[in-house]
Design a protein around this ligand. Structure first.
Ligand code: PMP
Ligand code: GLU
Length: 394
């Protein structure tokens, strides 16, 4: 019989939908995917070459659990350069994607029964990752502009609060948390002695001159209370490579490495050589990708807000928009009510062959998540198809 933990886990809606879309494509259906939380760009050539070189040089064996010393050093340099925080290589653990890094971080600081505050809407995996260690997810709403609601977070803090799990820029809302809100959060973490697990995988994807603020950079005390989670997937179009990392205070970092030593050991050796290349040499490529995302965001936002019944917050990060489409829930298709975000997405997928993710999966039941991780041409066609399908509802 399945364990209580396995029974209690909800499969990842984003991963499942990706499977449905791939199956439809394999069956020859012309689906436009505005669902995928991954860059549509190819991994830059120099990174692929570095991986091939590593393979040819025989970099195929086990290495230290927390990763290649050279890569951990490069991560420290990146953290100092981009985020203004000083870490030693011993505080870094390279993991199999930011997903493993998050699981490691939660496992390292959350005891069974401990509470973890999660601002919502939030990424599908956060609640489940907390449940995997027997922790208690405490979901707290963000403000209408999707910024942190510090009063609500403060109210949710109890003596059992072990951590707050934040993600800026945010999946699924696209919000980039302000410095002031992070300062207030850091003050709470320090005074109530809990950790900020700060998922910064979208840090490079900020538009309109907005700044990404790293929680650990706010003060020495904030640093002591923060675990940074980051990775290569989003910034360098390396989702399939599975490479992420944590940066943490020394004691926590040692715990994270010990945990990883019993789960996966080191993350794939030759991938780490590729990641080393990525961290050092791709400023220009990243800049080009960000400019393209910024153009797509403006276009998608403009189109969505021009559609009847749709409202959308204007946000400046990641590659998502989270429009409120609840106006359509009472509409019908062939006599059947759309009902909720899942019904909305099923209808759009079946009728228009456009894939978007139900907000219900992110605690945003009135919304759907639209990822602009497709070419401008496909985004245009996808939105045209969606608009037409919505106009056909009774
Ligand atoms: N955090 C967030 C907010 C994400 O959207 C993702 C994307 N899957 C991850 C972490 C995990 O990324 P990775 O591919 O590095 O595991
Ligand atoms: N993070 C991406 C998303 O939200 C990829 C899928 C996943 O790992 O959840 O769509």
């Amino acid at each position: 019989m399945l364990s209580k933990i396995a029974q209690n886990i909800t499969p990842s809606a984003t991963c499942e939908l990706e499977g449905v879309v791939s199956d439809m494509e394999a069956a020859g259906v012309d689906v436009i995917g505005l669902n995928a939380g991954e860059p549509d760009f190819d991994t830059p050539q120099n990174i692929r070459e570095a991986c091939k070189r590593a393979l040819d040089e025989g970099k195929t064996r086990y290495i230290n659990v927390p990763g290649l010393p050279a890569l951990r050093k490069a991560v420290c340099e990146k953290l100092e350069r981009d985020n203004g925080v000083l870490y030693k290589p011993g505080q870094i653990c390279i993991s199999t994607g930011a997903k493993q890094a998050l699981n490691n971080a939660v496992m390292a600081v959350v005891n069974p029964g401990d509470e973890v505050i999660i601002p919502m809407p939030g990424w599908v995996s956060y609640v489940e990752i907390v449940k995997l260690v027997g922790g208690v997810p405490v979901c707290v709403d963000t403000r209408p502009d999707f910024q942190l609601d510090l009063e609500a977070i403060e109210k949710a803090v109890t003596p059992r609060t072990a951590a707050v799990l934040i993600n800026t820029p945010n999946n699924p809302t696209g919000a980039v948390y302000t410095r002031e809100s992070l300062e207030r959060l850091a003050a709470l973490a320090v005074s109530h002695d809990f950790y900020i697990i700060s998922d910064e995988v979208y840090e490079k994807l900020v538009y309109n001159g907005k700044e990404h603020v790293c929680a650990a950079s706010l003060s020495e005390e904030a640093y002591e209370h923060t675990i940074i989670v980051n990775g290569m997937s989003k910034a360098f179009a390396m989702t399939g490579w599975r490479c992420g990392y944590t940066a943490a205070p020394e004691e926590i970092a040692a715990g994270i490495s010990a945990i990883q030593g019993h789960t996966t050991s080191n993350s794939t050796t030759f991938v780490q050589w590729a990641a080393l290349e990525a961290l050092g040499h791709n400023e220009e490529t990243v800049k080009e990708m960000v400019e393209e995302y910024a153009r797509r965001k403006e276009y998608t936002y403009g189109r969505l807000t021009a559609m009847e019944g749709i409202r959308c917050a204007d946000v400046d990060g990641a590659f998502y928009l989270l429009p409120d489409v609840s106006w359509y829930y009472s509409r019908k298709h062939e006599g059947k009510e759309i009902g909720d975000s899942f019904g909305f997405c099923s209808y759009i997928l079946e009728k228009a062959h456009v894939a978007v993710v139900p907000g219900g999966a992110f605690n945003a039941p009135k919304c759907v998540r639209i990822a602009y991780t497709n070419s401008m041409e496909k985004i245009r066609e996808g939105l045209d198809r969606m608009e037409k399908a919505l106009a056909e509802l009774e």
